[in-house]
Design a protein around this ligand. Structure first.
Ligand SMILES: [Fe+2]
Length: 252
């Protein structure tokens, strides 16, 4: 049980405060566990190790979200679903009790609107109408507004991945509110709470949490190093604060 001892080693998940804290989030929906299709897991053994870790952290369901980007990651149902099925088979063989689904994390790039028009998107949620989208880290894409509009008129609910990581919004915080006002759900990366990406990202995360702008949390786990930090996240006061909000994870 190497992974479990790594997860529950010195830092552990035990509570430091007076009242015991139980992580209320049971559905994890942002990760890169489909092996060999993006910058996440490379082989199925890594996928299984991480899923074993999510089960140990108390997750009952994982919806994994490989990148889809026009130039780099041309993932679709055609390659993702068969790999998902291979992983499901291994979960049964290894008796790992966790529900496992696959969707995607779509970059809003020049090719995205064509994908919306195709109607063949990797989605999730109770009606299969939730879709995870991300933006470039340097600049807001020109077609952000039109893409969101097209998603919504087609009946999808867009969830924006890690808004705290787009630092062009950090000095223009009204943008967060504008996105919320137009019905975009915001997903905080768990690792942002502990300053994993940078101090400005942690500050933006704190702003979003303190202003009740976060609808969901996700781990964005690509590899074991991310997972090893999750117990520290769960012990962090900003994570506990966001858990006081009515997060939508468990409805997915
Ligand atoms: Fe991601």
């Amino acid at each position: 049980m190497g992974l479990l001892s790594k997860l529950f080693g010195k830092k552990g998940v035990e509570d430091n405060s007076s009242a015991p804290f139980v992580n209320p989030v049971k559905v994890e929906f942002h990760s890169h566990l489909i092996f060999g299709v993006d910058d996440g897991c490379e082989v199925i053994e890594q996928s299984i190790e991480l899923l074993r870790g999510f089960a140990a952290l108390g997750m009952t369901k994982v919806i994994t979200t490989p990148h889809v980007m026009s130039d780099f990651y041309k993932n679709s149902k055609d390659n993702v679903y068969p790999l998902r099925d291979q992983i499901r088979k291994r979960l049964i063989e290894e008796n790992i009790q966790i529900e496992f689904e696959a969707a995607a994390e779509y970059m809003i790039d020049d090719g995205f609107e064509k994908k919306i028009a195709s109607g063949n998107l990797l989605t999730f949620g109770p009606k299969g109408k939730h879709i995870l989208v991300e933006l470039p880290f340097m600049t807001e894409p020109r077609n952000l507004s039109s893409s969101l509009f097209e998603l919504q008129i087609a009946g999808y609910t867009p969830i924006l991945a890690h808004p705290e990581r787009y630092l062009y919004y950090a000095n223009e915080k009204e943008k967060y509110h504008e996105l919320k006002d137009r019905g975009v759900l915001l997903q905080l990366n768990m690792l942002s709470t502990i300053g994993y990406y940078s101090k400005p990202v942690a500050d933006a995360a704190a702003y979003l949490v303190q202003n009740n702008l976060i609808d969901l949390v996700g781990s964005d786990t690509h590899h074991i190093r991310h997972m090893q930090l999750l117990p520290e996240v769960i012990n962090h006061k900003l994570y506990r604060k966001v858990c006081e909000a009515e997060l939508l994870n468990n409805y997915l």
